[in-house]
Design a protein around this ligand. Structure first.
Ligand code: PMP
Length: 440
C-alpha cells in the first residue's frame, strides 16, 4: 500500500485555490471513488514519482502526448534550446515551415496547415472554416466522440463529461446545441436519416476516425467510406479529429492507414483534419489543415478569422519536430505494438482466470479495458460497462504503482520507454487486482 500524505495535503490546499483542486476535470478522482488525486513530482521514461516518493508505471501518458515517455532526451534538448533562444516572438519562424512540411509529408490531405495551442482550438476552428466554406451552420457528430470543450462539440461528448455524469455542459446556449446533430458511431443508417433530414443545412460531419474517447474503437469496414460518400452527396465537408490518432499507430494518421484489413482508410481523405497531443511532444499544441481551397478561406487570405498570441510558439514547434523525428526511426511503432500486445494477452488471461468479465480493444500501442462481456463498438456499449468495477480496479492498480486514467472510458497508452519487464509487472499487478475483485 502506498501512502500519499503529501498528495492529500496538496489536494486540500489546491481545493482552496483551484476549482475542484484540478486544472482539468478529467484529473479528478470523482469517477473512481473520490479523494485526492496523485500529485506527481517528476517523470522519467515510463515512470513517474509522486510527491511522496512513490514510483508508478505510467499508462496515462498525459492522455496521449507522452508517446516517447517522460523527459525523452531529444525533446528535452529541443525545449532547452528553444528556451535559450527566447520563448516567443510574435513573428513567424523557420521552425514552423519545417514542422508544417513534416506534417504534410506524413498526412497528404493537409495541403495547408495552421498551428494553434490545443486540440480544442484545432477542432473549433475546423468547424468555423467548414461553416465559412459551405455557408451552413449545422454539424453532425457521433455520440461519445470528444472533440474538446468548445460549445458546439460538447454535446454528447464522450470521456470527459460522461465520466462525471454530465451529458453536456451548463453554459452552452440552447441555440448552439440546436446546431449539433448526434448519431451513434458505426451506424450508417442513423447517419443517413440525419442527413436526409438536415443534410442541406449541414456544414460538416465530424468524426474520430478511430475512436479514442469511449475505448479504442475501430470503424467497421465501410463505415468511414459510407460516411464520406453520404456527407459529400449532401454537400457537407468531412472533418477528421485526429487529435488522439495522429502519429499514434504509425508515422501518419488514421487516414493514412493502408491495409491491415481496413481498406477504408486509404480509400478516402477528409476535407479537414484536426491534430494535437503527440505532435507537441508534451508541450501545448494543436494544428488543423486540409484542402487548399477550404483552408484559403482562413484569414489573412479569407474571411474566416482565427488567430493566437501563442500559436506556433517556437518551444512547442521545436519539441514537436524532435518528437516526430524520433517517432520516424524504424521499429518505433512495432515496439509499441508488441508491448501492447503482450499487455493485452496478460490482462485477458488474468481476467479469464479469475472469472472477471473484461473486454479489451487494442489498436497498436493503445488499448482500452471495459468491465463487461459484450463487445465495445459504440458509446452505448461503453456506457453499459461496469464503472464501479473499473473504479475498484483503478484503485487496486494505483496501490501497486500502476497509473491509469481515472475513467472507465479512457485508453491505456504504451510509450517507447516501457519495457517487457514493466508490462510483466503490470500484468502481475492486474492479476492480483482481478483476484481481489473476484473475491469481493
Ligand atoms: N479531440 C480529441 C479526439 C481528443 O481526445 C481531445 C482531448 N482528449 C481533444 C480533441 C481536445 O484536445 P485538447 O485537450 O488539447 O484541447
Amino acid at each position: 500500500i502506498r501512502h500519499r500524505p503529501r498528495s492529500e495535503q496538496l489536494y486540500e490546499e489546491a481545493q482552496r485555490h483551484i476549482v475542484g483542486g484540478v486544472n482539468s476535470p478529467s484529473r479528478s478522482f470523482k469517477a473512481v471513488g473520490g479523494g485526492a488525486p496523485v500529485f506527481m513530482a517528476r517523470g522519467q521514461g515510463a515512470y513517474f514519482w509522486d510527491v511522496d516518493g512513490n514510483r508508478y508505471i505510467d499508462y496515462l501518458a498525459a492522455y496521449g502526448p507522452i508517446i516517447l515517455g517522460h523527459a525523452h532526451p531529444h525533446v528535452t534538448e529541443a525545449i532547452c534550446k528553444a528556451a535559450a533562444d527566447g520563448t516567443l516572438y510574435g513573428t513567424p519562424t523557420a521552425h514552423e515551415n519545417v514542422f508544417a512540411s513534416m506534417l504534410k509529408e506524413a498526412i497528404p490531405s493537409l495541403d495547408k496547415v495552421r498551428f494553434v495551442n490545443s486540440g480544442t482550438e484545432a477542432v473549433m476552428t475546423t468547424i468555423r472554416v467548414a461553416r465559412a466554406y459551405t455557408g451552413r451552420d449545422k454539424i453532425i457528430k457521433f455520440a461519445g466522440c470528444y472533440h474538446g470543450h468548445s460549445d458546439l462539440v460538447l454535446v454528447a461528448a464522450g470521456s470527459g463529461p460522461s465520466t462525471l455524469g454530465i451529458p453536456d455542459s451548463a453554459g452552452i446556449p440552447v441555440s448552439i446545441a440546436h446546431e449539433v446533430i448526434t448519431v451513434p458511431f458505426n451506424d450508417l443508417a442513423a447517419l443517413e436519416l440525419a442527413l436526409d433530414r438536415w443534410g442541406s443545412e449541414t456544414a460538416a460531419v465530424m468524426v474520430e476516425p478511430i475512436v479514442g474517447n469511449f475505448g479504442m474503437v475501430m470503424p467497421e469496414p465501410g463505415f468511414l467510406e459510407g460516411l464520406c460518400r453520404m456527407a459529400r452527396a449532401h454537400g457537407a465537408l468531412v472533418i477528421y479529429d485526429e487529435v488522439i490518432t495522429g502519429f499514434r499507430f504509425h508515422f501518419g494518421a488514421a487516414q493514412t492507414f493502408a491495409g491491415g484489413g481496413f481498406p477504408d482508410f486509404a480509400a478516402i481523405e477528409p476535407d479537414l483534419t484536426a491534430l494535437g497531443k503527440i505532435i507537441g511532444g508534451g508541450l501545448p499544441i494543436g494544428a488543423y489543415g486540409g484542402r487548399r481551397d477550404i483552408m484559403e478561406r482562413v484569414a489573412p487570405l479569407g474571411p474566416a478569422y482565427q488567430a493566437g498570441t501563442m500559436a506556433g510558439n517556437p518551444a512547442s514547434i521545436r519539441a514537436g519536430i524532435a518528437c516526430l523525428k524520433t517517432l520516424r526511426q524504424p521499429g518505433v511503432y512495432a515496439k509499441l505494438d508488441a508491448l501492447a500486445s503482450r499487455l493485452e494477452a496478460g490482462l485477458a488471461e488474468g481476467a479469464r482466470r479469475h472469472g472477471v468479465p473484461l473486454t479489451i480493444n487494442r489498436i497498436g500501442g493503445a488499448l482500452s479495458t471495459h468491465f463487461c462481456d459484450h463487445p465495445i463498438r459504440s458509446y452505448e456499449d461503453a456506457q453499459r460497462a461496469d464503472g464501479d468495477r473499473f473504479a475498484r480496479f483503478f484503485r487496486l492498480m494505483l496501490e501497486q504503482g500502476i497509473c491509469l486514467a481515472p475513467s472507465k472510458y479512457e485508453a491505456w497508452f504504451l510509450t517507447i520507454a516501457h519495457t517487457e519487464a514493466d508490462v510483466d509487472e503490470t500484468i502481475a499487478a492486474a492479476d492480483r487486482a482481478f483476484a481481489a475483485m473476484a473475491q469481493a
